[in-house]
Structures are given as structure tokens and as C-alpha cells.
Design a protein around this ligand. Structure first.
Ligand SMILES: Cc1cc2nc3c(=O)[nH]c(=O)nc-3n(C[C@H](O)[C@H](O)[C@H](O)COP(=O)(O)OP(=O)(O)OC[C@H]3O[C@@H](n4cnc5c(N)ncnc54)[C@H](O)[C@@H]3O)c2cc1C
Length: 292
């Protein structure tokens, strides 16, 4: 799925870029600049993240449509079901369908931190699995992507239990998965191999997080349960006050990770761009030729 869209008969690995909806006008300029900078790499798709809950996703919906209209790229809409009713989700899916969006990354999402306790139970779907089943049943024409967690999801203590939940989500109708970021490729390949052993055969695209701001990365990794290996922490702590060295090291680390992933058979790369236009092209320039 989603390979070979960039040229008839092409067998290049999939390439995709994830963006988030910018909030301020200057961030909006950077968003479009980043998108323009990345377009020449002919991504198989770009995806736009969304907030949690129905009304909080309105900005993402408009942006998804704009990106598709302006670039003609396959644009994937992230859609979270947490706290949202069936009618709200149905309306959003109808809107996407009407404007030609063909792929949804179906997520549960997390209730915003200031939501009252119990917010998770208030939506129509408690987990992504029944949401995927709902989309599959009522909107069969959508391609559906889901999230995967090679190190397990922080809410489920036992990663092998999380893998069973992942399998159920796939059985409910997912066509592909994108992983949370990780830095040890063995963890990804072990996860994929465990999934294959459990009968999961969809493509599982590794999510790549280039390191540009180590402080921010530490916060993120705590939130989403991605381990920062000791070698990585030591390397970036040593240059924490030098943004240029940090950026260069971030590119080196990502290039090595991506090269190893693709050489060992990963089906593609999904970059969390953080709407930054500088580092991802620098990483890709080193992969062009061998893989792209
Ligand atoms: C590539 C990617 C993109 C993302 N994009 C966004 C985004 O745009 N917006 C956003 O808000 N968040 C996004 N997220 C984060 C995601 O919403 C959170 O990680 C969220 O906590 C889980 O969503 P999920 O769809 O993976 O949930 P689920 O698959 O439902 O899993 C959530 C937890 O519930 C457990 N679980 C599942 N089913 C059951 C069951 N039947 N019984 C008990 N436990 C169960 C799972 O093991 C897991 O611990 C993204 C994550 C990834 C990896």
C-alpha cells in the first residue's frame, strides 16, 4: 500500500511527511514553506495531525482540504475519536469524503489534560479498534491507517498485551500502520516480526523523529513512552547549548537510522517534520540515490 505511487513500476520505499496545524500566522508561513520544500521529494502521502475531540479538530479539517487542493498530494487526515459522538465523527468523515480525502489515520487520541476525569468514557468509542470498525462499516471506501507502538503504549503496562490490542485494531479493518518514534531499530524489527507471527501483515511504516531540540524530545519521549537510549542522551547532552551542532548531529543520527531501516527491509519512512523545513531535506539528500 502507498508504495509505487510516484512513478509507474517504481518500487521505491514509501515516503511520507507528518505536519501539525499551525496556530499563529508566522507558523502558518513556515508550514507552507516546509511543505513546498518537501514536495520535490514526491511523498507518497502527507498527513495532518489533529487535536482531540470533535470541535477541536475543525482547524485540521480545513487544513487537510487546503493541502490537498494546493498540492494535489495524497493527504491523510488524522482523526481522533476520544470524547466525540458518532454524529460528529460521521459528519467529519462525510466532509472528508466529499472533498476527496481517501485516507484516514484513525486514532483514539488522548483527552486534553484539562478535561474532567471520565472524558475518555464520554465519546462513542473507548478505543481506536471500534472506531476503525465503524469507519470500515459505514465508509468502506476509505483507506484506514492506525498507530503502532514498537515499545508498547504507555497506558498498557505489558507490551505484548498492547500488541494484541494492535492486532485487533488491524483485524477491525486497518490497511497500514505508522509507528511512534523510536531510536533502536532492533525494537522496530522485533515488533514487526512479533506482529507477523500474530498474523498481522499490513505495512508498518516506521515513524522518524529527527532530533532538533533535545529538551523538547525528552518531554515528548516521557509523554509517549519512547525510550531515549543512553548513547543518544550522552551525545545530545554534550552539545545541548549549541543548536547548530545539535542540528548536525540530529541529521547524522537520523540518516544512520533511516539507512539501516531501509537496508533491513522497512517498507518506507514516515517523518514527523514538526513543521520544520530544514532538517528533513538534509536527511533525505543523503538517502536520495540509494533509496529515493
Ligand atoms: C503515528 C501517530 C500519529 C498520531 N497522531 C495523533 C494526532 O493526530 N492527534 C492526537 O491527538 N494523537 C495522535 N497520536 C497519539 C495517539 O492518539 C495516542 O498515543 C493515544 O494515547 C492512543 O491512540 P491509539 O489510536 O493508538 O489508541 P488505541 O489503539 O485505542 O490504544 C490506546 C491504549 O488502549 C489500549 N487498548 C486498546 N484496546 C483495548 C481494550 N479493548 N481493552 C483495554 N485496553 C485497550 C492499548 O493497548 C493502548 O494502551 C498519534 C500517534 C502515532 C503513533
Amino acid at each position: 500500500m502507498m508504495t509505487a505511487q510516484n512513478g509507474v513500476g517504481s518500487t521505491r520505499p514509501s515516503l511520507s511527511f507528518e505536519f501539525f496545524p499551525p496556530k499563529k500566522p508566522e507558523a502558518e508561513v513556515l508550514f507552507w514553506e516546509t511543505l513546498d520544500t518537501l514536495m520535490p521529494y514526491r511523498p507518497d502521502f502527507v498527513s495532518i495531525t489533529c487535536g482531540a475531540g470533535g470541535s477541536r479538530q475543525a482547524g485540521s479539517g480545513a487544513l487537510v482540504r487546503q493541502v490537498r487542493e494546493r498540492t494535489g498530494l495524497t493527504t491523510v487526515a488524522h482523526l481522533t475519536c476520544v470524547g466525540a459522538s458518532r454524529p460528529t465523527l460521521t459528519e467529519m468523515l462525510n466532509d472528508y469524503q466529499e472533498c476527496g480525502i481517501a485516507t484516514i489515520l484513525a486514532l483514539r487520541g488522548d483527552p486534553p489534560r484539562n478535561d474532567p476525569p471520565g472524558a475518555l468514557e464520554q465519546g462513542a468509542f473507548r478505543y481506536a479498534e471500534p472506531f476503525v470498525a465503524f469507519i470500515r462499516e459505514y465508509f468502506p471506501q476509505f483507506r484506514i491507517g492506525v498507530a503502532a507502538y514498537p515499545e508498547g503504549h504507555p497506558e498498557t503496562a505489558d507490551p505484548s498485551v498492547d500488541q494484541l490490542h494492535f492486532r485487533r485494531k488491524v483485524e477491525a479493518g486497518a490497511d497500514f500502520a505508522v509507528t511512534q518514534f523510536f531510536f533502536e531499530n532492533d525494537v522496530y524489527f522485533r515488533f514487526v516480526s512479533d506482529c507477523r507471527a500474530k498474523g498481522v501483515h499490513i505495512p508498518i511504516y516506521p515513524g522518524i523523529m529527527p532530533v532538533t531540540d533535545f529538551k523538547q524530545l525528552k518531554r515528548l519521549s516521557e509523554l509517549c513512552g519512547s525510550t531515549l537510549p543512553r548513547w543518544l542522551t550522552e551525545r545530545f547532552e554534550a552539545i545541548r547549548d549549541d543548536p547548530e551542532k545539535m542540528r548536525q548531529a540530529g541529521v547524522r543520527v537520523a540518516v544512520a537510522q533511516c539507512r539501516d531501516l531501509l537496508r533491513r527491509g522497512a517498507p518506507g519512512l514516515h517523518f514527523f517534520t514538526l513543521n520544520q523545513c530544514v532538517v528533513v531535506p538534509q536527511i533525505l539528500e543523503e538517502l536520495v540515490g540509494e533509496f529515493y
